[in-house]
Design a protein around this ligand. Structure first.
Ligand SMILES: [Zn+2]
Length: 271
C-alpha cells in the first residue's frame, strides 16, 4: 500500500471511538456479521488496494440516506478516497437514477475506478433498542432511519388498518418519501411476519435498493472505465460514544460490460 493510503487510513481511524466488546455483543446479536467501521475501513483499504484502487485513480460514489448520521461513514470514506458523487436520497435510495449515474461515471479519472457504497441505515441505542439512536446534543432518543420507519408505518396502516382513504397520488414537495412508501409495499407481508419489524425493515429496504442499484449500474456500465467496486449493506448508526457498524451484504468488482468479475465479499467477511 502506498504510504499515503496508509497515512490516510491511520488519520481516519484515529478519529473513531475505540472498540467496545460489550456493545459489540449487542450489535452482533441483532445483526450477525456486522463489522465495526474501524474493521470495515481497514479491510476495504487493504482489499481495494490489491485491486489497484487508490485515491488518485478512484471516484467515490455513495447512495446513503439524507440523515447526517449517514455522513459518519461517508466522511471517513472521503478521508480515504476524496469527495464523493452523491446518488442517494431518503432511506438511501439512489434517487439520482440513470442520469446521475451517467454523470458520475463521466467524472471517473481516466483509466481509473469507481468505488460505490450504498446502504439503508438503522439506529441502535447503547442498550440495544433497534430503530432508535442517541444523537449529539439532543435529549430525545429519536427514530433512525426516520424515512424508513415512516414508510413502515404507512405500510402497517395498510396491512393492519388505519390507512387514510385519499385521492392524492404524489406531491413533488414530498416526492422522495412517497417513492420510499411505494418501494417498500411489496415487503408488507414479510414485515408483518417478522419477529422484529425494526430488524427486518433495513433488510427490506436493502433488497429493493440493491435491485435498483444493479439496474442502474447495468444500464450505465459502458461509462465505467476500469470498473466499479460496489459495496452494499446495512449501515448501523450508534451513539456518539460508540463505533458505528456496517453489515456487508454485497461486495463485487464489476467491469464496463456490467459483468461481475469478482465476488469480494468473502475477503471482507474473512476473520
Ligand atoms: Zn434515514
Amino acid at each position: 500500500m502506498p504510504s499515503s493510503m496508509k497515512e490516510k487510513l491511520a488519520n481516519v481511524l484515529h478519529e473513531l471511538p475505540k472498540e467496545d466488546e460489550k456493545f459489540d455483543v449487542i450489535v452482533q446479536d441483532a445483526f450477525p456479521g456486522a463489522l465495526s467501521n474501524r474493521k470495515l475501513l481497514t479491510k476495504l483499504v487493504d482489499i481495494l488496494e490489491k485491486k489497484g484502487f487508490y485515491e488518485e485513480n478512484t471516484l467515490l460514489a455513495t447512495s446513503l440516506c439524507c440523515d447526517e448520521l449517514a455522513r459518519k461513514l461517508e466522511s471517513r470514506l472521503n478521508g480515504l478516497y476524496g469527495h464523493h458523487f452523491a446518488l442517494g436520497g431518503l432511506s438511501g435510495f439512489p434517487f439520482a437514477g440513470f442520469t446521475g449515474f451517467a454523470a458520475m461515471t463521466a467524472h471517473i479519472p481516466d483509466n481509473g475506478f469507481c468505488f460505490c457504497v450504498y446502504a439503508p441505515h438503522v439506529g441502535i441505542t447503547k442498550d440495544g433498542v433497534i430503530g432508535r439512536v442517541e444523537r449529539k446534543g439532543i435529549a430525545l432518543v429519536d427514530t433512525c432511519c426516520g424515512s424508513a420507519i415512516k414508510a413502515s408505518s404507512y405500510v402497517y396502516k395498510i396491512t393492519h388498518g388505519g390507512a387514510e382513504i385519499s385521492t392524492d397520488i404524489q406531491e413533488f414537495t414530498d416526492f422522495q418519501q412517497s417513492a420510499v412508501n411505494e418501494l417498500i409495499l411489496p415487503h408488507a407481508h414479510n414485515l408483518s411476519e417478522a419477529k422484529d419489524r425494526m430488524v427486518a425493515l433495513p433488510f427490506a429496504i436493502y433488497e429493493t435498493q440493491d435491485l435498483l442499484m444493479r439496474k442502474i449500474i447495468k444500464r450505465g456500465s459502458l461509462g465505467l472505465k476500469r470498473g466499479i467496486a460496489i459495496l452494499g449493506g446495512i449501515q448501523i448508526n450508534t451513539s456518539p460514544e460508540t463505533l458505528d457498524y456496517f453489515l456487508p451484504l454485497r461486495f463485487e468488482l464489476i467491469n464496463y460490460r456490467g459483468e461481475v468479475e469478482e465476488d469480494l465479499l468473502p475477503l471482507l467477511m474473512k476473520e
